[in-house]
Every structure is written in structure tokens, then in C-alpha cells.
Ligand binder design. Structure first.
Ligand code: SAH
Length: 341
């Protein structure tokens, strides 16, 4: 029996014709995140803040250091996009407090299930459906970890004739990606079959964040898996129960992501200063994760091995250290951030 979303999308396609990959991804993820907490060992995937408290603490220290060197403005807003279970925020806020920073907390989150989890950890947060309603009259301390990869991406497909929007059709009881009509694309001709991804939603959000930072002051830290240069290739993937699954099956039941194009995000960040992208491993080491891990291990010898293993998972090149990248935006009037040697 097809579930609700499969049936709804199949009907939609039968009635109106194939839908864009971006619409397919948007519908699938809205359903997926809206109906569950996908994080943790019992869920579908594990993120850096769920691996170790060190991740959120170092993010908090990074923000507190910038804030201090920017003259410690009395009012500041911590803004997190897609905060998951609120773990990163709770760890970062604790570290910020030790540094004398107690910002207002604003979460941009669409999932009711995850909002509930966030409320349990950070009860005094204010929730927003998108960034447009975040306060306009204070510096912003913005964090987004594994947020942009979940936003809907378009795929463009090259043929002998030019570029086509890649669409999703419903044929013989299955979703199938197909070439749609030719579209004008600002892209050089490419070999037939080449796929280029763009993320209009990500570009729009980064533009808005950059505009806000330029006007209000502050900084943003964006962490995600992806590539430093724009490239070609289909990176759409589905993850379920800690393994890869078919993205064209059971939309809404598995996490759909694409690799983040950091070059495109940099280009979208007009009017602000940029640092990075660097790798997550390098950034965490620059931020002192080795010392932090050693201190934690010393304070809790029984957990020393676990702490060191978590640190390795975050920084090792063959784990999260290389694939994940860190990009910082800041108001031109704010100081250079730490972590980008
Ligand atoms: N940052 C968290 C969770 C990553 S999962 C962590 O590192 O553990 C992606 C998060 O983004 C979830 O909280 C999900 O509900 C949220 N999200 C996905 N699409 C969104 C959208 N369009 N607007 C706001 N939040 C979104």
C-alpha cells in the first residue's frame, strides 16, 4: 500500500504532469521532518552536535569571541536555522554564558515534531517559520548545521539540444526522473546526461542573511557537507536507518539531501565579509578541540575513550572532517572570526 504522500504525488503527476525535482524534494522533506525526529541512533542519521557536546560548545565559543571583540553589544540574538533537537543550541548557549553572553534565542524551524524537541531543551526560544520574522534591531549570531542540504534543489540535465529541467514522472507505479522541456539556462553546453544542481531556496536565504548582517551587525556560521567549487553531478541522496536508500522510493519516509554548493552560497552572500570554506576538521582543530577533548577526558576518565572516539569522528578525514565544510559570514564592521587560519 502506498503511503499518503506517494499517493498524493502520484495523483498530482497523473493530473498535471511531471513535477520538478525541487518540488519532489520539498514535499518529501516537509513530510519527513514534519512527522518525526529523525536524529540519533534509533533514527535515520546522526549529526555533529549529537555526536559530542564539544561541537556546540566550540560553536558557542566562536560566537562569544566574535561578539566580545565586536565590543560586546548589550543586545544580540542567537538565530539557529533547522536546530534539530536543540542540542547544538543548548551546548552553544552554555558556552556563551560562561563567556558572559546571554543572547535572545530565535529558532527557524518548520517541523512541529522538532519544535517540541527543541522546546524541551531551550524553553525560552522564539520560533519562526522563516528568517523574515527574526528581529531587525539587534546584531545576529547565526548558526546553520546540516540545514542547507535539506532544502529543495533543482536539477538541470544536458542533452544534445541544450539544458532541460529534470522532472519526476510516475510510471508503472514508480517515481522516475525524466528530462523535461528545454529551458534557457546560463550554463555552457555540456555532454548529454550531465546534471547541474542549483538550490534557489538556499541562495535566497543566504542573500537575506547577508543583507541582515550588513544592516544589523553580527556573523553566521554555516556547516554542511558539500563542495568548495560549483561542479556537475547528481548528489541527491536518501538516508534511512543510517544507510543510503533510493531517493525515488517512499518520498517522505527517508531524508532527502543534496551536497551543498559553497561557491554558490559565497556568491549569494553580497555585502558581507567571508571566511572559508575550510573543512570541519581544520576548523575544529583551530578552535581547540584537542585541548577541549583532553580536558573532558581528564574530568571523566571512565568516558575518556568515548570522548576521544567522538572527537575523531568529528575531525578525521575519512569520517566527517573533510566532507563537511565551514563557511563564515560577517558584517564588514565585525572582526575577523577565529578558526580560519
Ligand atoms: N541542525 C540539526 C538538525 C539537522 S536536520 C543538527 O545538526 O542536528 C535539518 C533541520 O532543518 C531539521 O530541524 C528540519 O526540521 C529543519 N528544516 C528542514 N527544512 C526546513 C525549512 N525549509 N525551514 C526550516 N527548517 C527546516
Amino acid at each position: 500500500m502506498p503511503d499518503d504522500l506517494t499517493e498524493r504525488l502520484a495523483r498530482l503527476i497523473e493530473t498535471n504532469g511531471p513535477i520538478s525535482v525541487a518540488q519532489y524534494m520539498a514535499e518529501a522533506n516537509a513530510h519527513y521532518y514534519g512527522t518525526r525526529d529523525p536524529l540519533g541512533a534509533a533514527g535515520d542519521f546522526v549529526t555533529a552536535p549529537e555526536i559530542s557536546q564539544m561541537f556546540g560548545e566550540l560553536v558557542g565559543l566562536w560566537l562569544a569571541d566574535l561578539w566580545q571583540r565586536a565590543g560586546a553589544p548589550e543586545r544580540a540574538c542567537y538565530v539557529e536555522l533547522g536546530p534539530g533537537r536543540g542540542t547544538l543550541a543548548a551546548d552553544a548557549l552554555r558556552a556563551m554564558k560562561m563567556a558572559g553572553l546571554r543572547p535572545e534565542v530565535h529558532f527557524v524551524e518548520t517541523s512541529p515534531a522538532l519544535r517540541a524537541a527543541q522546546r524541551a531543551r531551550v524553553p525560552d526560544a522564539v520560533w519562526h517559520d522563516d528568517v523574515s520574522t527574526v528581529p531587525e534591531d539587534a546584531p545576529l549570531l547565526i548558526v546553520a548545521n546540516e540545514f542547507f542540504d535539506a532544502l529543495p534543489a533543482r536539477q538541470l540535465l544536458a542533452s544534445e539540444e541544450g539544458w532541460h529541467e529534470r522532472l519526476v514522472d510516475w510510471r508503472d507505479g514508480r517515481f522516475v526522473p525524466v528530462a523535461g522541456p528545454r529551458i534557457p539556462a546560463p550554463l555552457a553546453p555540456a555532454e548529454a546526461g550531465t546534471i547541474v544542481e542549483t538550490s534557489p531556496a538556499s541562495v535566497a536565504i543566504v542573500r537575506e542573511l547577508a543583507r541582515r548582517l550588513a544592516e544589523q551587525g553580527g556573523a553566521a556560521l554555516i556547516v554542511d557537507y558539500g563542495h568548495v567549487r560549483s561542479g556537475t553531478g547528481d548528489t541527491l541522496q536518501a538516508v534511512e536507518k543510517h544507510g543510503f536508500a533510493d531517493p525515488w522510493e517512499q518520498p517522505g519516509a527517508r531524508d532527502l539531501t543534496v551536497h551543498v554548493d559553497f561557491e554558490a552560497l559565497r556568491k549569494a552572500a553580497a555585502g558581507v565579509a567571508l571566511a572559508g570554506p575550510t573543512t570541519q576538521g581544520e576548523w575544529l582543530k583551530e578552535m581547540g578541540i584537542e585541548v577541549r577533548a583532553a580536558l573532558l577526558a581528564k574530568a571523566a576518565p571512565a568516558r575518556a575513550e568515548e570522548i576521544m572516539a567522538a572527537k575523531e569522528r568529528l575531525v578525521a578525514a575519512d569520517q566527517m572532517g573533510e566532507l563537511f565544510k565551514v563557511l563564515a559570514l560577517r558584517a564588514e564592521s565585525w572582526p575577523e572570526p577565529a578558526g580560519f587560519a
